[in-house]
Write a protein that binds this ligand. Structure first.
Ligand SMILES: *[C@@H]1O[C@H](CO)[C@@H](O)[C@H](O)[C@H]1NC(C)=O
Ligand SMILES: *[C@@H]1O[C@H](CO)[C@@H](O)[C@H](O)[C@H]1NC(C)=O
Ligand SMILES: *[C@@H]1O[C@H](CO)[C@@H](O)[C@H](O)[C@H]1NC(C)=O
Ligand SMILES: *[C@@H]1O[C@H](CO)[C@@H](O)[C@H](O)[C@H]1NC(C)=O
Ligand SMILES: *[C@@H]1O[C@H](CO)[C@@H](O)[C@H](O)[C@H]1NC(C)=O
Ligand SMILES: *[C@@H]1O[C@H](CO)[C@@H](O)[C@H](O)[C@H]1NC(C)=O
Ligand SMILES: *[C@@H]1O[C@H](CO)[C@@H](O)[C@H](O)[C@H]1NC(C)=O
Ligand SMILES: *[C@@H]1O[C@H](CO)[C@@H](O)[C@H](O)[C@H]1NC(C)=O
Ligand SMILES: *[C@@H]1O[C@H](CO)[C@@H](O)[C@H](O)[C@H]1NC(C)=O
Ligand SMILES: *[C@@H]1O[C@H](CO)[C@@H](O)[C@H](O)[C@H]1NC(C)=O
Ligand SMILES: *[C@@H]1O[C@H](CO)[C@@H](O)[C@H](O)[C@H]1NC(C)=O
Ligand SMILES: *[C@@H]1O[C@H](CO)[C@@H](O)[C@H](O)[C@H]1NC(C)=O
Length: 701
C-alpha cells in the first residue's frame, strides 16, 4: 500500500490510475480498448479480485466512543464541522450510505501522522522558513488538502417523507494550512494558519459527470493563485451520482463491460454501413443500459437533474458558513451556475462562469448536443491547421513542405490533405502495431474522437500534428500509440482496494432529465436519424460524439418519466452580485454564441469577457482575462462594459517560445514545445487533463 509522499501533493490512491487486469479478462479487455468513448479515462480498468486490506487504525476506545490519537495539529474532524474534514489520506473516502455509524467510521479514518497528509506545494520563498518558522512547524506556509462529505436530501421536493440522502464527497484546499495545536490553537494561530479563508472558491469542472474532487486535486493551487493570489481556499465536490459521492451511478459491473459494448454501439456515422441499423443497435443498447440503472438504482434517475445539483451547491454554501457563493464553474458547471443564480439570486456572490453554455438550450431534445457545434470546424481550420502554418515547420511538423520543397504549405492544401487522410480512414482502417498491446487498428472513429479532444487543449497540438504527419507518410507508430491507450500487465499485483466502475451513466441521467418534458418527435427514430445526419454534417469532428451524448434521451423517459424537479424559469433575475462570464472565440464545446445569448438575457446581472483564444474554457491564458478575473474574485470589481475583449498571450505551437520576429522578443513562460521530445508523454498529459474534466470525454460537457 502506497504512502503519501511528504513533499508533494498527490491525490490518494483511489484518484490514481493504477488498476490492473487479471488474466481471466485479457482477451476481452484488449478488444474493448479499441472502443471509442472511454479511451483515455484510465489505462487499466479492471481488477477482478484482490485483497481488501484494512489497515490497523490508530484509535483507542473509551467506553463505546472512539477517541482518535491526536496530531500535532490537533484532532479531526473538528466538532460541529458540517463537512467533517479530515486531512486527506488514501483512505478518506466517504462511508457507505448504509453505514448507520458513518460518523464514527469516518472519524476512525483520521490518520494523525502529518507525513501521510497531502500538503500544498511550498510557497516560492518557504525554503527559508521550513522547520525554522519559530514553532518548529515543518509544514508552515503550506496549504493542506482536507477531505470530507456533506449529506443532502436525495429528493428535495419530498424530503419530509423521503428520508434518503445523497452523500457528497468534498475536497478542500485550505490555503492557510494548519496550525500546531501547541502554538495558538487551530482557530487562532498568529498568521491565520489553520483558518478557513474569508471566501472559498467553489469549483466545478463540468461534464455532467466531471469529478470536482479530482479537479480540486489537479487545479486547486493554480486556481487560488490565479484568482486570489493564493488567499482563498478552493473547494471541489463530486456532484450527486459522480465518482466517490454516493450513490454513484455506474450501471455496468465493471468498466470493461461498458467498453465491450461501446465498440459495437458507438460507431461513427461515416463508417456505419447503415446509419439506421447502427441507430437501432445504439438505441437498444441505451434501453439495456437504463434498464440496468433501473434495476440497480430504481427511481434515482428522478433526482439527478441540474436543479437538484444547484440545490446541492446552495447546501455547500450554507455549510461553508458564507453569505454568498464564490465560484469558478466551468463548462457544464456554468449550467449549474446559471440554474443556481436563477434559483438562489440572493446567494450569488463572485461567480465566474467559464466556457459558457446557455442552459436554456438544454430544455430542448438534443439541445445539449446540437448547440455545441458552432465553432469546432473553425478551431480545426484556423487553429490547429492555421496556427501550424503560422508557427512554421520548426514548431509544427505539418507545416513542413512535402518532399522537402521550398514552397510554404498553403492552408487550403493542408486542409485537403487532412481531408484525404480522413477519407482513407473511412474507406479502411490502418493496420498498426504497438509494443504494449500488439496488433491494433487506427480507425476513423478513434482518430476523430482524438482530434475532438485535442481541440479542447491547444497544448496537445504539436504532438497531434506530428502524429498526423507521420501517419500521412505511412508511419503508424505514433498513431497506434496515441489511439491505443491500453496497457495491460498481468504481472502487477491487484490494488488493495478493488476499483469501482466509473460513473459514466450519470451523464445521460442529467442531460435527459433536463430535457425530459421536450415533446418526443412523432417521426420516432427517423427524427434522430435526421438529427445525426445534421450534426455530423455541421461538424465532422464533434457531431458524432455530441449526438451520442443526447441520443439516450429517447429511452430515458421510459424509465423515469417524471424527474422530481427541473428549472424552467427565466435567467434574468436580479442577483445579489453580477456574475462574470468568460466565453471563447474558438471553443469546441461551448461556442461564443451561447455565452452571448446568456449575457443578453442576464443583462445587467452579468459581464462577458470575450476570450480570443483556442481550447475549451480560458486555458489559453490571457493576462487580460486573468487580471479582470482576479479583481472580480479578490475585490468584487465588476468590469464596466457589458463585453470586454481579451486576447490570449501566446500562440499554439509557440507556447514558451520567444517571438523571434518581434523586435523586443517578448518574455514568455511555460513549457517548451518545439518538436516535443516525447510526444507520447505529452499526449498522455493532455489525456489526463481531459479526463480530469470529463471522464467520458464528452466535451465540455
Ligand atoms: C497536541 O499535540 C500533541 C502531540 O504532538 C498531543 O500529545 C496533544 O494531546 C495535543 N493537544 C491537543 C489539545 O490536541
Ligand atoms: C452496505 O453497502 C455496501 C456497498 O454498497 C455493501 O458492500 C455492504 O455489504 C452493505 N452493508 C450492509 C450492512 O448492508
Ligand atoms: C516571503 O515570505 C515573507 C515572510 O513570510 C513574506 O512577507 C513575503 O511576502 C514573501 N515573499 C514572496 C515573494 O512571497
Ligand atoms: C415522497 O416520499 C414518500 C416516502 O418515500 C413516498 O411514498 C411518496 O411517493 C413520495 N412522494 C412523491 C411525490 O414522490
Ligand atoms: C474518480 O475520479 C478519478 C479521476 O477521474 C478516477 O481516477 C477514479 O477512478 C474515479 N473513481 C470512481 C469511483 O469513479
Ligand atoms: C463561430 O460560429 C459563429 C456561428 O455561430 C460564427 O458566426 C463565428 O464566426 C464563428 N467564430 C469563429 C471564430 O470562426
Ligand atoms: C529533408 O531535408 C532534411 C534537411 O535538409 C534532411 O535531413 C532530410 O533527410 C530530407 N528528407 C527527405 C525526405 O528528403
Ligand atoms: C516512425 O515514427 C516513430 C515515432 O515518431 C519514429 O520513432 C520512427 O523513427 C519513425 N520511423 C520511420 C521509419 O521513420
Ligand atoms: C435536419 O436538417 C434539415 C434541413 O435543414 C431539417 O429540415 C431537419 O428538420 C433537421 N432535422 C433535425 C432533427 O434537426
Ligand atoms: C484589490 O483592491 C486593493 C485595494 O483597493 C488593490 O490594492 C488591489 O490592487 C486590488 N487587486 C486587484 C487584483 O484588483
Ligand atoms: C503576462 O504576465 C506575465 C507575468 O506577469 C508577464 O511575464 C508577461 O510578459 C505578460 N504577457 C503579456 C503578453 O502581457
Ligand atoms: C511576432 O510578433 C510580431 C510583431 O509583434 C507579430 O506581427 C507576429 O504575428 C508575431 N508572430 C508570432 C508567430 O506570434
Amino acid at each position: 500500500m502506497e504512502k503519501h509522499a511528504k513533499n508533494d501533493v498527490r491525490p490518494p490512491s483511489w484518484q490514481r490510475n493504477k488498476w490492473v487486469a487479471t488474466a481471466g479478462v485479457v482477451a476481452l479487455v484488449l478488444i474493448c480498448r479499441a472502443a471509442l468513448l472511454p479511451r483515455w479515462t484510465s489505462l487499466n480498468r479492471f481488477c477482478a479480485a484482490g485483497p481488501t486490506a484494512v489497515h490497523g487504525l490508530v484509535s483507542t476506545t473509551t467506553g463505546h466512543v472512539e477517541v482518535n490519537a491526536s496530531s500535532p495539529y490537533g484532532e479531526f474532524p473538528v466538532p460541529n464541522d458540517p463537512f467533517r474534514f479530515l486531512p486527506c489520506t488514501f483512505r478518506t473516502v466517504p462511508p457507505d450510505l448504509n453505514d448507520t455509524g458513518h460518523e464514527q467510521t469516518w472519524a476512525k479514518l483520521f490518520d494523525p501522522n502529518p507525513e501521510h497528509w497531502s500538503w500544498g506545494r511550498p510557497a516560492a520563498n518557504t525554503s527559508n522558513v521550513v522547520g525554522g518558522g519559530g514553532g518548529g512547524d515543518k509544514y508552515e506556509g503550506r496549504g493542506v488538502y482536507l477531505c470530507g462529505y456533506l449529506d443532502v436530501a436525495l429528493d428535495y421536493t419530498n424530503s419530509s417523507s423521503d428520508k434518503r440522502i445523497a452523500r457528497l464527497a468534498v475536497t478542500k484546499y485550505q490555503a492557510s494550512g494548519l496550525a500546531l495545536n501547541s502554538t495558538a490553537g487551530r482557530a487562532g494561530a498568529g498568521a491565520g494558519a489553520g483558518k478557513k479563508s474569508e471566501r472559498t472558491i467553489v469549483i466545478e469542472p463540468g461534464g455532467p459527470g466531471g469529478s470536482g474532487t479530482s479537479y480540486a486535486w489537479r487545479a486547486a493551487e493554480t486556481v487560488t493563485q490565479r484568482f486570489s493570489d493564493g488567499k482563498f481556499d478552493v473547494l471541489g465536490w463530486d456532484p450527486r451520482g459522480v465518482n466517490i459521492s454516493l450513490p454513484a451511478v455506474a450501471c455496468f459491473p465493471y468498466d470493461v463491460d461498458r467498453d465491450r459494448w461501446a465498440l459495437f454501439s458507438g460507431q461513427y456515422r461515416e463508417v456505419s454501413p447503415s446509419p439506421r441499423a447502427q441507430l437501432e443497435i445504439a438505441d437498444a443498447m441505451n434501453d439495456a443500459i437504463f434498464r440496468a440503472c433501473w434495476e440497480k438504482y430504481g427511481d434515482l434517475g428522478r433526482f439527478m437533474g441540474t436543479a437538484f445539483v444547484a440545490r446541492d451547491m446552495e447546501e455547500i454554501r450554507k455549510a461553508l458558513g458564507e453569505d454568498e457563493l464564490t465560484g469558478y464553474l466551468v463548462s457544464y458547471g456554468t449550467g449549474i451556475g446559471q440554474t443556481y443564480a436563477s434559483m438562489f439570486p440572493d446567494s450569488v456572490g463572485r461567480m465566474i462562469l467559464d466556457g459558457t453554455e446557455y442552459v436554456r438550450d438544454h430544455r430542448l431534445l438534443g439541445g445539449f448536443g446540437f448547440t455545441a457545434l458552432d465553432n469546432v470546424t473553425n478551431a480545426w481550420h484556423d487553429g490547429f491547421l492555421g496556427e501550424c502554418i503560422h508557427a512554421g515547420p520548426k514548431y509544427c511538423t505539418l507545416a513542413q513542405p512535402l518532399n522537402n520543397g521550398t514552397q510554404t504549405v498553403a492552408l487550403d492544401d493542408l486542409g485537403d490533405r487532412m481531408g484525404k487522410l480522413m477519407e482513407d480512414l473511412i474507406e479502411r482502417p490502418v493496420a498498426g502495431y504497438s509494443e504494449t498491446s500488439g496488433p491494433t487498428l487506427i480507425t476513423y472513429t478513434a482518430m476523430v474522437s482524438a482530434i475532438y479532444g485535442a481541440l479542447y487543449n491547444a497544448r496537445s497540438w504539436p504532438g497531434l500534428a506530428r502524429m498526423l504527419c507521420e501517419l500521412e507518410a505511412g508511419n503508424t507508430t505514433l498513431a497506434a500509440t496515441f489511439l491505443e491507450n491500453w496497457y495491460y500487465d498481468p504481472t502487477q499485483p491487484c490494488p488493495a482496494i478493488v476499483p469501482k466502475p466509473s460513473t459514466e451513466e450519470l451523464t445521460s441521467l442529467v442531460v435527459c432529465a433536463d430535457s425530459y418534458d421536450a415533446p418526443q418527435p412523432a417521426e420516432g427514430l427517423d427524427w434522430w436519424l435526421s438529427l445525426w445526419a445534421n450534426m455530423t454534417e455541421q461538424s465532422w469532428i464533434a457531431g458524432n460524439s455530441r449526438f451520442y451524448s443526447v441520443f439516450p434521451c429517447r429511452q430515458f423517459i421510459k424509465y423515469w418519466p417524471h424527474p422530481a424537479e427541473v428549472y424552467r424559469g427565466d435567467l434574468d433575475h436580479t442577483l445579489k452580485h453580477p456574475v462574470l462570464l468568460i466565453a471563447e472565440t474558438y471553443d469546441p464545446a461551448t461556442p461564443l454564441r451561447n455565452g452571448r445569448r446568456l449575457a443578453q438575457e442576464m443583462g445587467k446581472n452579468a459581464r462577458l469577457i470575450v476570450h480570443h483564444g483556442y481550447g475549451h474554457s480560458s486555458r489559453d491564458t490571457s493576462n487580460c482575462t486573468d487580471s479582470i478575473a482576479k479583481a472580480f474574485i479578490l475585490n468584487g470589481t465588476v468590469p464596466e462594459s457589458a463585453e470586454t475583449d481579451c486576447y490570449a498571450d501566446e500562440k499554439p505551437y509557440l507556447y514558451g517560445h520567444k517571438n523571434e520576429t518581434s523586435p523586443a522578443g517578448i518574455k514568455l513562460v511555460g513549457q517548451l514545445h518545439e518538436h516535443p521530445e516525447d510526444p507520447v508523454k505529452e499526449w498522455r498529459e493532455h489525456l489526463k487533463e481531459l479526463a480530469a474534466m470529463n471522464p467520458r470525454l464528452l466535451p465540455g460537457h
